[in-house]
Design a protein. Structure first.
Length: 431
């Protein structure tokens, strides 16, 4: 989290974009520091009100059965196939890759609630990240090669992002896998021996992810605005901002790479400015989880016909419309928790997240379980994602976390059930 937020601050300081209507004050910096500090303290200090039995000593490693991971992989592949089938109309157009990316992204933005089958398929496909992280961690702990099943699981997980022409899954997946590789290597004692392989893996993940993001930037830019110059004009109009002409000219020879750098600044530079606007001028109702857990709230809204999500979003948008600025940009997880719970209760929510993160990390360190290490790697990627918005609001993070939470429960219940079946029946019980 500290590394990601340090990068965000660096982007803010070096940004070539000037915002004419949005301001940033010391109070916003201080609240962000308090928000981050609350999570870090909860993540590193043991509080007696939250007893942690795992920290009393080493714990026996309890492996998640390979058969269970294999079953999840099959389910993830099935989810990927369903998503591919539902996206067939996008991929079968006559305009090629450009139209596919453009139509997929428009479908994602306009899809709203989406149908139940697509939601189920997305949840199943996201289970592929659990497979990738667990198998990758196990391979690093044993000093062996990463199995093909991990790659299949990772491909299934990435299909959620690819079929919607998005980018979150690429970033979150790569961060999670790299974290799992590094931590498992050093916990298993093979980190120094396999340092070269770790570095190469990191470079490959970065290169593949960067190439995909650059391709999305290029196709979106050409498809939506007809060129980067038009897109810059559009972004400036939406944010009431100005881009340094010298900076633009310096990156023009770099082509798509230069366009990607410019778009990255447009994505990341207004974060804190927009956060201050939202913190100081939001006058709408609290979401009480509607923003953090929108995918759940959407289902509740479909049943109850109560539009909490829209009410919060519309009220937040109004505070930006008052200064003629579009509200459609990332404003970090600080803004997400503020919209849902307010400033004070937002800190309480972050504190709880830090406590749970500590418990997960302690389990991983005590047991050296590949499953526990994979789960903590996902949590680390979510902490980094907080510079965009809350990871809970991103399905490419929250759905794999749902798998990590439910699988142990199902496994424990299954083990107890089998043990009960295999227990000898006494005469008293039989009578």
């Amino acid at each position: 989290m500290l590394f990601a937020w340090s990068m965000l601050v660096l982007v803010h300081i070096s940004s070539p974009i000037r915002y004419l209507s949005l301001k940033l004050s010391l109070s916003t910096w201080m609240y962000c520091g308090l928000w981050i500090g609350t999570f870090i303290v909860a993540d590193n200090v043991r509080f007696s009100i939250f007893p942690n039995k795992l920290s009393t000593g080493p714990r026996e490693r309890r492996e998640m059965p390979s058969r269970a991971i294999g079953t999840i992989c099959v389910m993830a592949v099935a989810g990927m196939i369903v998503l591919a089938y539902q996206s067939r109309s996008v991929a079968s157009g006559d305009e090629g890759l450009l139209a596919a990316f453009r139509d997929a992204q428009l479908a994602q933005l306009e899809g709203g609630e989406g149908d139940l089958l697509k939601t189920i398929a997305t949840v199943l496909a996201c289970g592929g990240l659990v497979v990738a992280l667990t198998d990758t961690s196990r391979a690093m702990l044993r000093g062996s090669r990463i199995p093909l099943r991990a790659l299949i699981g990772f491909a299934s997980y990435l299909s959620v992002t690819v079929f919607t022409a998005g980018r979150p899954g690429i970033v979150l997946g790569a961060l999670s896998v790299f974290t799992a590789i590094v931590s498992s290597g050093f916990l298993g004692g093979s980190g120094k021996r396999n340092l070269k392989r770790v570095v190469v893996t990191g470079i490959v993940l970065f290169a593949v992810g960067g190439a995909y993001i650059a391709a999305v930037v290029s196709t979106r830019t050409t498809g939506w605005t007809g060129g980067m110059e038009n897109k810059i004009d559009l972004m400036n109009e939406m944010g009431n901002s100005e881009l340094s002409s010298r900076f633009r000219e310096s990156l023009r020879p770099a082509g798509v790479l230069g366009d990607t750098v410019i778009e990255s600044f447009y994505y990341l530079s207004p974060q804190l400015y927009g956060l201050q606007r939202s913190l100081n001028h939001y006058r709408g109702p609290m979401g009480w989880g509607a923003i953090e857990f929108a995918y759940i709230d959407r289902r509740i809204e479909a049943i109850s016909n109560v539009r909490r999500f829209e009410n919060v979003i519309d009220a937040d948008a109004q505070s930006f419309e008052d200064v003629e600025v579009s509200p459609h940009f990332f404003q970090t997880a600080v803004q997400t928790t503020n919209l849902d719970f307010g400033r004070v209760l937002g800190l309480c929510f972050v504190f709880l997240c830090g406590v749970l993160s500590r418990r997960s990390r302690t389990r991983a360190l005590d047991t050296h379980s590949p499953f526990a290490i994979g789960r903590q790697a996902l949590i680390c990627s979510g902490a980094a994602w907080s510079i965009i918005f809350s990871p809970f609001a991103e399905q490419s993070w929250s759905f794999p976390l749902l798998w990590f939470i439910t699988i142990p429960i199902v496994f424990e219940r299954g083990q107890s059930f089998l043990a009960a079946l295999s227990r000898p029946v006494s005469r008293t019980e039989s009578s």
